[in-house]
Design a protein around this ligand. Structure first.
Ligand code: ADP
Ligand code: MG
Length: 706
């Protein structure tokens, strides 16, 4: 059915038709004229400047040369080789399709504009299938159909299939012009006047026209700014609105007191809390007293002292007559938590229990009884803690450590453990530093606390990057450290091939280490995921207790394990690890009073990207800086991939990685508007409500994920 303007199906746009429409749909997701108008250029070519042939290098993304055709030659009927020249040199152009037509067009002696990607081929540079354009002078007199639209020309996403169907860059520009002519007259402003005024934004129509066909650079930057701001603003507005609604409707358990247990623990602490720890505890206390449910994400770099915050938070719950649980991702970690926490709890008299997959039946029975009669105040454990058989008398708080290892489903199971309709408070702790911009968006409806200060006395870790040729020097260094009474971690990557996990790296490495550090006097322990649980715990404990000098492992030690006497972290094939993983591993050392080292051993073939990552590790120890850089390098989608769920939002023009400051501004502004008009009821905010209803900013609803 034919509809007018934005809603017009794309096939009815002049120059499209059913075949191209099918391609536009499958390749670019464009179904209507409106979709096409919202497909923005990802780059602009300045058609007024040309590269000199002599300056071309294969590093250049795209170049535009103005050159005269010298000769054309058909090679074997399959390839057309065209030599062109400008005042600085000669260049070969290569074509594989449309040979006859191109040969006829590129008459020797005439000049053209060629646009393409320089490639190195046999020591020379050539352009394969460049776009061909008439030179600028001739362009002025072009026929009307060929849109010449100013200096900057937009370049749109494209695919091989689209190009083969004749939808070249030039054709896209033409289609876009048609689409704009059809759509613009009925485009409605999506932002209220007062916002345009306060934020100095150009109107939507101006923005859409100039994002596609900029009249000049200033117009383009105004258009870009307006569209990015709008996108981020609506995203934040929608997230914050959910948060407002929840904080008003979601009743939480009021925990008005701090309680005696808290004070008993606090007064007995062997150290002063850092300023950041104190601030975070105040933030949590405010939540717990508010009468609304707490949903807080606590971020803090490895070693920043999150455990202490967890313990004190749990004690507030206990002090108000509720139970708390603390859930860790692995058995090793849960056990270590339990040991640490028990120490802190000694002066309080609060009973703490450990429940894991390997808890014996009799232990379980005890724990179940203690939970049911309320005598256990704090339960520490692994996933075992969310099994259906575990029933609390009155769970008031759930703390989840290292959140990225828990699935959404497991979190919701925890919620269901509350006895009444009132859900427990939730504190999620993570040492994976999520860049603020991403946290603001991913957890836009959660509150975020950050421990951005390390406990005093933590020594910086010196990071070294070495190649295989320094192996003997590394052994020597390890011997010296061991002779001085220290311990050493050696970590190998696991290699995943299809669904097979390859341990050969680790096994070979272990043999190599044992050969270099023979018993006696050296003791080498090994820990990996394939070992039976008991063996793993036994070896791990040997290292924790100082009986083994070296621990060879896969990344099972990545999170949490605390061995202050370990002063060296050796990471083998370091290029195979992601930045945040490397950072987590490095955080395992530097916890004691001795100077510590992280040695990154790189393999023979390291891609440019990996090298950049490794260099960055050497350059900084700041987890947030690393996370920001990582995100810039990989894009937020990838980063989120490591957190085991898809990025729930789709951005069209703004980038979480690159537009951090604008995102903060958009969020602050959205907050400002909701402060004044929480339900967006004021007439001037009607356009905002209409826009939010379109719901195009969310791929799926994740408001219920805690
Ligand atoms: P995280 O879980 O954030 O990685 P931990 O809670 O394990 O860090 O704390 C790391 C180490 O720092 C522990 O040995 C802990 O006892 C110690 N610690 C925590 N807070 C402080 C503090 N305020 N002052 C001194 N040491 C602290
Ligand atoms: Mg921890």
């Amino acid at each position: 059915m034919y509809k007018s303007g934005m809603e017009t199906e794309i096939q009815y746009l002049g120059g499209v038709g059913p075949k191209r429409a099918a391609l536009l749909r499958s390749e670019l997701g464009v179904e209507t004229v409106g979709d096409l108008v919202r497909l923005y250029p990802f780059r602009y070519i300045d058609r007024s400047t040309f590269h000199r042939i002599a300056d071309l290098t294969p590093d250049m993304p795209f170049v535009q040369v103005l050159a005269r055709v010298k000769s054309t030659e058909l090679v074997g009927g399959k390839r057309l080789s065209v030599w062109v020249e400008d005042a600085t040199g000669e260049l070969e152009l290569v074509f594989f399709k449309g040979l006859k037509y191109i040969k006829a067009r590129l008459e020797p002696g005439s000049a053209f504009v060629f646009f393409g990607k320089p490639e190195a081929f046999k020591g020379r540079i050539n352009l394969v299938h460049p776009e061909i354009d008439n030179p600028p002078a001739a362009a002025e007199q072009q026929a009307e159909g060929e849109q010449r639209t100013g200096v900057l020309t937009g370049v749109y996403p494209s695919t091989e299939k689209l190009k083969n169907a004749g939808i070249t860059g030039k054709v896209m520009n033409k289609l876009m012009m048609g689409a704009l002519n059809l759509a613009l007259p009925e485009v409605e402003e999506s932002l209220p006047d007062y916002i345009l005024r306060e934020k100095g934004l150009v109107p939507l129509r101006f923005a859409l026209r100039n994002i596609h066909f900029p009249s000049d650079k200033t117009a383009l930057s105004k258009a870009t700014y307006r569209l990015k701001f709008e996108e981020l603003f609506f995203l934040q507005l929608s997230l914050l609105k959910q948060k407002y609604i929840r904080s008003r409707s979601m009743v939480g358990i009021p925990m008005p007191k701090v309680g005696e247990a808290f004070h008993a623990c606090y007064d007995a602490l062997p150290y002063e809390l850092t300023g950041a720890q104190k601030r975070v505890i105040r933030e949590i206390r405010t939540d717990l007293m508010s009468g609304a449910q707490m949903n807080r994400l606590l971020q803090g770099d490895v070693g920043s002292g999150k455990t202490m915050v967890a313990v004190l938070t749990a004690l507030i719950a206990v002090g108000n007559g509720y139970q708390a649980c603390i859930m860790a991702p692995t058995e090793v970690l849960a056990r270590q938590h339990f040991i640490n926490i028990s120490k802190y709890l000694a002066p309080t008299g609060v009973r703490c229990a450990l429940l894991t997959g390997s808890s014996k039946t009799s232990e379980r029975r005890d724990i179940h009884a203690g939970l049911a009669d309320g005598s256990i105040g704090i339960l520490v454990g692994t996933h075992a803690l969310i099994e259906d058989t575990v029933v609390f008398a009155n769970l008031g708080l759930a703390i989840i450590d290292e959140q990225h290892r828990f699935g959404v489903e497991q979190r919701s199971k925890l919620w269901a453990k509350a006895r009444t309709d009132v859900p427990p408070h939730v504190l999620v702790m993570t040492a994976t530093p999520i860049p603020r911009t991403l946290a603001m968006t991913l957890y836009g409806d959660l509150d975020v606390s950050v421990i951005d200060e390390m406990p005093p006395g933590r020594k910086p870790v010196q990071t070294l990057l070495i190649g295989e040729n320094r192996r003997l020097a590394l052994w020597k260094f390890m011997r010296e450290q061991i002779a001085a009474g220290r311990q050493v971690f050696v970590v190998y990557p696991l290699i995943f091939e299809s669904d097979k996990v390859d341990y050969s790296n680790l096994e070979k490495g272990y043999e190599q280490v044992v050969a270099a550090f023979p018993f006696p006097p050296y003791k080498v322990a090994i820990v990996h995921g394939q070992q039976p649980n008991e063996e793993k715990l036994f070896n791990m404990n040997a290292f924790v207790a100082g009986r083994a000098h070296i621990l060879v492992s896969t990344t099972v030690i990545e999170v949490g394990v605390d061995v202050p006497n370990a002063s060296v972290m050796v990471i083998e094939s370091a290029e195979r690890f992601g930045l945040s993983q490397l950072h987590q591993l490095r955080g395992r050392v530097g916890r004691g009073s001795e100077k510590s080292y992280c040695v990154l051993v790189k393999g023979q073939k390291v891609s440019r990207e990996s090298q950049k990552r490794l260099d960055l590790m050497v350059a900084t120890e700041n987890g947030f800086e690393l996370a920001e850089e990582d995100m810039k390098m990989r894009g937020p989608g990838d980063l989120e991939g490591t957190m085991q769920s898809g990025l729930p939002i789709s951005l069209n023009i703004a980038s979480l990685a690159k537009d951090g400051p604008l995102l903060s501004e958009a969020r602050a502004y959205a907050t400002h508007i909701l402060d004044k008009d929480p339900s967006l009821e004021l007439p001037e905010n009607a356009p905002l409500v209409a826009e939010l209803r379109k719901d195009k900013y969310f791929k799926r609803d994740y408001s219920k994920i805690s």
